[in-house]
Structure formats: structure tokens, C-alpha cells
Design a protein around this ligand. Structure first.
Ligand code: ADP
Ligand code: PLP
Length: 271
């Protein structure tokens, strides 16, 4: 069985973060492992504002040493890292063990928050992790921050951002237009350093989209572990997450999760 790893935060509500990753890894038939970087809780009395409690970087390192002592996973992803020192620890361990198929999801912005989360991490992710990435998966806001272009309003802006982010060393870039770019089609732009490819699906009009970004990156990770090419892994992930959003459920007044099991429920054959 292929082993997959997520280095990410815990979303207490179970829809995003490492919980989304583990569920997705399992749906793909891979054996998921975790290194927890932070714990996210939400304040119901305060408009669902997010609190992020970070795990000490030394403890993140202990978790990674435990995992890598059994050999390299077939693929891994990073999500919310929480602390700049943790980013350095991740870089150190990945440089030491040189695993293949590294997916960097540069979590800087959370759907549950209006503002930018942990934007001070952007530069560190850019310089320390993107050079190790097989693929990075920023959403529109994260791509604007990482590229330094700010708000991305046109397809040409998105393509320019992809070129800049590719220049930081990620072999492939997929910028998720999602619901933010167009109100008819969820367009994601894939760039391999030479050509652009556009992945499109109809926009699903729902608020139950919590966890979509994490799940998309986790599905790419599991697809790579199973031997798909990077573009094939992105294509499959797009379908997987589309169906997960379609089958989302309301959690409370503030939040609705996607359902990570939808692809299999719909009778799809997982690779
Ligand atoms: N309402 C939607 N309908 C269809 N696809 C969506 C919708 N929202 C997001 N997606 C897709 O889900 C994936 C995750 O995107 P997004 O939710 O923008 O990421 P993030 O959670 O990082 O902000 C992308 O493939 C995106 O195109
Ligand atoms: C631990 C963690 N990681 C990542 C995210 C981002 O979630 P999404 O996949 O909805 O963008 C969240 C959002 O709450 C989170 O709690």
C-alpha cells in the first residue's frame, strides 16, 4: 500500500486541514499519516473567528522523524504550517530525506475568515518550500500574495502569477480560480513552465465548501502516490472535489463541509 503524509493543521470541525487530508487519502486507498503543526478552533460567540494554536516546531520535528524513520512516503503535502520556524523544520527534514511528490498547499487564507491568515508565512514558504515542490496549489488570494501581484482580476493576471510562482522553483503550479474568479465556471489554471492548461467545472452554488482547498491538494497528493502524472492527478482531484462540494452538508450557521466520500459514493472507480 502506498503511504501518504500530510504536514498540516487540525481543523477541529473535521472538514478541512489534516482531517480532510486523511479522509481523502483513505478514499484513494492510500495509507495516510500526519504531522500536526497547529490546532484551529472557532469562536461561536464571535462570528466564527478562527484561533490558531501552534505546535512547538521541535514537536513537529519529532513527528516527522518518527514518520521518516519508516522510510519515505510515496507522496506528501503541506497545509497550514502555523509558524515560520516550523517551515524551516519542514524544509530541513525534506532536504535530508529527499522524498518524491511534494505538494505545497500554501495555506495563507481561510474561507472562514474575511482577512488573510498567516500572511507573514508567505515569504518563507516562497523561499524555503516552493523550490522543493512538485506542485503548489494556491487559491486566487494566495497566488496574488505569493506572486506579489496583489489582486488577480483577469486570466492574464492569473497566468502572470503562475509564471512568477513557477520561477520560485515549483515544477508545476495550479492556481485555483474556484468561486472567486468567475461566477459560472470554477476555472483552475495549471502551468508546467511551458504551457497553460485550464480545468473547468460548473460553479456549484452552495455555502458548503469548507475543506475544498485542502481536499483538492490531498487528492493530488494521493493521485501522485498512486503513480498518476502531475496533470492527471490534478484532473482527478478536480472531479473528486467537485463531487465532494456537490454533496456538502451544513454544519452550523457559519459553516458547511464538503463530503470527502462523494466520489466513491457516486460509484467512481478510484485508481
Ligand atoms: N462553488 C464551487 N463550485 C465548483 N468548484 C469549486 C467551487 N469552489 C471551489 N471549487 C473548486 O474546488 C477546488 C478548491 O478551490 P478553493 O475552494 O478556491 O480553494 P481554497 O479552499 O484553497 O480557497 C478548486 O478546484 C476549485 O475550482
Ligand atoms: C487547519 C486548517 N487548514 C486549512 C484550512 C483551509 O481550509 P479550506 O480547505 O476550506 O481552504 C482550514 C480552514 O479552516 C483549517 O482549519
Amino acid at each position: 500500500m502506498k503511504k501518504t503524509l500530510t504536514i498540516a493543521g487540525s481543523d477541529t470541525t473535521g472538514g478541512a486541514g489534516l482531517q480532510a487530508d486523511l479522509k481523502t487519502f483513505q478514499e484513494y486507498g492510500t495509507f495516510g499519516m500526519t504531522a500536526i503543526t497547529s490546532i484551529v478552533t472557532m469562536d461561536i460567540d464571535n462570528n466564527w473567528s478562527h484561533d490558531i494554536d501552534t505546535i512547538e516546531p521541535d514537536l513537529v520535528k519529532k513527528q516527522l522523524n518518527t514518520i521518516f524513520s519508516a522510510g519515505n512516503p510515496s507522496a506528501l503535502k503541506t497545509g497550514m504550517l502555523g509558524d515560520i520556524r516550523t517551515i524551516s523544520v519542514v524544509k530541513e527534514v525534506l532536504t535530508q530525506h529527499q522524498p518524491k511528490n511534494i505538494v505545497i498547499d500554501p495555506v495563507l487564507a481561510c474561507k472562514g475568515t474575511a482577512g488573510i491568515l498567516l500572511s507573514e508565512n508567505a515569504e518563507t514558504i516562497q523561499t524555503q518550500l516552493l523550490p522543493l515542490a512538485d506542485i503548489t496549489t494556491p487559491n486566487l488570494i494566495e497566488a496574488g500574495i505569493l506572486s506579489g501581484l496583489g489582486e488577480l482580476k483577469t486570466m492574464s493576471d492569473i497566468e502572470k502569477a503562475a509564471v512568477i510562482i513557477h520561477g520560485f522553483g515549483a515544477k508545476h503550479v495550479v492556481i485555483k480560480g474556484g468561486r472567486r474568479f468567475d461566477d459560472q465556471e470554477a476555472i483552475d489554471v495549471f502551468y508546467d513552465g511551458q504551457t497553460f492548461q485550464y480545468l473547468k467545472s460548473p460553479i456549484i452554488h452552495t455555502n458548503n465548501n469548507h475543506g475544498a482547498g485542502c481536499t483538492f491538494a490531498a487528492a493530488i497528493t494521493a493521485g501522485l502516490a498512486k503513480g498518476l502524472t502531475t496533470f492527471e492527478a490534478v484532473q482527478t482531484a478536480k472531479t473528486f472535489v467537485h463531487q465532494a462540494i456537490q454533496s456538502g452538508e451544513t454544519f452550523n450557521a457559519y459553516l458547511g463541509h464538503i463530503w470527502h466520500g462523494a466520489y466513491r459514493d457516486n460509484g467512481n472507480h478510484l485508481i
